[in-house]
Write a protein that binds this ligand. Structure first.
Ligand code: HSE
Length: 431
């Protein structure tokens, strides 16, 4: 039996999907049973890098999700609307859905999965987080016997490209971003990537699968990388760290019911950590589970072929499931979470901090800082003062021991009142 796919979108990812399905030789034996029956595009006249029969192409996207002939709708148009409505309509019409749309899943996963459960259809999302890295299926299936205690990831390629170049070339953020935009790595409006929104979407999806509860996107603490300077990268290097935009989700070991900690922010990572050596646009996810221990995945998180690889794997999984048990949902492929995770407020985080401070270069400054930190139970691990920079200002870098976020912020508030302080250009957390 042949299964008919309605492909919504023929952009970078859609073209990649079509190319795999048109060239099944040497790939999975189920591929010849999967046929692209209809393709929905926004613009009919656009030139595309794949040969598609023009008779199956339409700009009436709704007609595809309403077409009784279509078994699986593949949504690769991106953005919130009309993607969300088309997905919901496809589900209402009893169609299985494969999507690469992290923004829709992270914001509207609740209604989408509730509807799909009610209708008994699959909604598959391997491509929605970390493109070609098969981490969703690993979390749903291969690691199913584990209690996951921590998931950390470099889940945004654009920021990893920028931070890698800053690390290796000592370049500034602004120049590197401009060059990344020129090369097509970063969008003209880079907000979603550099301010951490894209990473937060992906962490909402990954954490929800890792920890078994829905995650409210607004509960994720998020900071981007705009404040990172070449000076910070230089100090981090000197102290044995690199700086990455990291997604961190964890539950205190042995406390199954405790609140989840989920945050996205630039993070100093010890150079020997497995995620410290993931450079360029590459993504990586490190999962710690009981009893498996540490598992690390890395690979391309975006791009036509990589994302299409994940989309096609989802289509194959749906087709295989339909062939073996036609009218029942395979529980390993579904998404059965119904409750929302309780996310701990950022103030409860216990971590190390890095701070770069500019002070007036007077005797007793370091003593003042030490007293303010000590007064709020913040112990210091390292303190660096290189040279007086200009206008009588000194640059001082401190790295704390593990301290509570609340105590650290109170210490910083007190330090801001010191007459010897000029400014605190950077505060970062350490992994
Ligand atoms: N903009 C994303 C990134 C790719 O830079 O990783 C798509 O998720």
């Amino acid at each position: 039996m042949t299964y008919k796919v309605g492909l919504l979108g023929l952009g970078t990812v859609g073209v990649g999907v079509a190319k795999i399905l048109q060239d099944p030789s040497g790939r999975h034996p189920l591929l010849p049973d999967i046929k692209i029956a209809r393709v929905g595009v926004r613009s009919l006249n656009k030139q595309r890098d794949v040969a598609i029969d023009p008779n199956i192409v339409t700009d009436d996207l709704e007609s595809i999700v309403n077409d009784p002939e279509i078994d699986i709708v593949v949504e690769v148009i991106g953005g919130i609307e009309p993607a969300r409505s088309l997905i919901l309509k496809a589900i209402a019409n009893g169609k299985h859905v494969v999507t690469a749309n992290k923004a829709v899943i992270a914001r509207h996963g609740n209604e989408i999965f509730s509807e799909s459960k009610q209708k008994g259809v699959y909604v598959m999302l391997e491509a929605a987080a970390c493109g070609g890295i098969p981490v969703i299926q690993a979390l749903k299936q291969s690691l199913g016997g584990n209690r996951i205690t921590e998931l950390t990831g470099i889940v945004n390629g654009t920021t990893n490209y920028i931070l890698s170049r800053m690390y290796f070339e000592g370049a500034d953020f602004g120049d590197t971003l401009a060059e990344a935009q020129k090369l097509g790595y970063a969008e003209a409006d880079p907000t979603a990537d550099v301010d951490g929104y894209d990473a937060a979407d992906k962490m909402a999806i990954l954490a929800s699968l890792a920890f078994g509860d829905r995650v409210n996107l607004e509960d994720i603490y998020r900071e981007g990388i705009r404040s990172i300077t070449s000076a910070d990268i230089g100090y981090a290097k000197e102290l044995g760290f690199t700086i990455k935009l990291l997604g961190i989700a964890r539950r205190a070991v042995g406390k199954e019911e405790s609140d989840l900690e989920i945050r996205v922010h630039p993070t100093l990572i010890p150079i020997q950590h497995p995620l410290a050596n993931i450079h360029g646009v590459t993504n990586a996810v490190r999962i710690e589970g009981d009893p498996v221990g540490e598992v690390v995945f890395s690979g391309p998180g975006a791009g036509s072929g990589a994302t299409a690889s994940a989309v096609v794997a989802d289509i194959i999984n749906v087709v295989a499931a339909l062939k073996s048990v036609p009218n029942q949902i395979n529980q390993l492929m579904g998404c059965s979470h119904e409750h929302y995770a309780k996310i701990a407020p950022i103030e409860n985080t216990v971590t190390q901090f890095y701070a770069r401070l500019l002070t007036h270069d007077k005797p007793g400054v370091i003593g003042d800082l030490g007293t303010a930190f000590g007064h709020h139970q913040v112990s210091l691990n390292a303190i660096l003062q290189k040279n007086t920079i200009h206008d009588g200002l000194a640059e001082i870098v401190v790295v704390t021991q593990q301290v509570s976020e609340l105590n650290f912020q109170q210490a910083i508030a007190a330090i801001r009142q010191l007459p010897t302080l000029h400014s605190i250009p950077t505060i970062l957390r350490v992994l």
